[in-house]
Design a protein around this ligand. Sequence first.
Ligand code: ATP
Length: 320
Amino acid sequence: MSSSEFAVETIRLTKDFDSLRAVNEIDLTIEKSEIFGLLGPNGAGKTTTIRLLSGMLIPTFGKAKVLGMDSVEKSLQIREKTGLLTETPSIYDRLSVRENLTFFGRIYGVKSEDIQKNIKKLLKIFDLEERIDSKAGTLSKGMKQKVAIARTLIHDPELIFLDEPTASLAPESAKVVRDLILNLAKESNKTFFIATHNLYEAEILCDRVAIINRGNILAVGKPKELKEMMKGETYTIIRFQEWNNEVENFLEINNYKISNLVQEERKIQIKLKDIEKETPPLIKKLIENNYNIVEVFHERPSLEKIYLELVERETNGGVR
Ligand code: ATP
């Protein structure tokens, strides 16, 4: 695949602010039409990465190609073809929804008749048609965020950067905004690059996620693949009807490795190499030896677990 077929391609992309390295030699390749998430804690380098990719910052070294164009040499062209939702989007309270969107459409050089067409189309998708003439200052926070997203789409960009699109919203509004992003992605072939510190958001919205901490990319993959990385961390938990001290001995003799035991809850936790193969004979053996089992379940690693583990490992062991 030639590089122009990628929405984003970075090679050792790096940004220093004086002695602070905000983004450290990141290599990313994002396909067109992907919803890509950059997941990381505060100060990880998400906003800086978006600024580099949208041509607002010049890298200290390394390179970024956005829609096939060099982020430094073609920053103006990149801005024409991308939309950017910043963490604190400027929507003018004293202007109506229509006036706000018309204003930003003009900034992008969209023809007047196209602006009005796009406004109608976007407000329909965003379920805001009835508020077209309301002053932005009278809208709820969630509605205002929808207008801010509509603003980033007014010039029909191919690639949309969303920096923490739901961070300032109540859970209900956050859900509306997430559903909207999913619908937009489904109905168009636009690429979305979403910076978030919200694991749930990354998992439900993104096709692929990169985990970033202190400017370093720690892992990249589909949420499912990232969880697979921790496959060895799946535990089998067995809860008994009554506690029998002998169980510990019995399992050890049979070569099972107990990783935790909570006597008050009548539970043992075992780490099996292959849960599919090893669970049935284990249960069979226990039943045959008169251990009454109430439940058996497997605790699989969550994206949260891998995220926390990677970030913690890097923060404690990282060299800076
Ligand atoms: P948050 O979720 O808190 O916005 P982030 O992941 O977006 O965090 P960045 O805003 O990219 O993080 O910041 C990365 C690091 O770079 C931080 O330590 C920040 O203080 C620093 N930084 C960002 N912009 C500048 C700047 N213009 N001048 C100096 N340091 C900066």
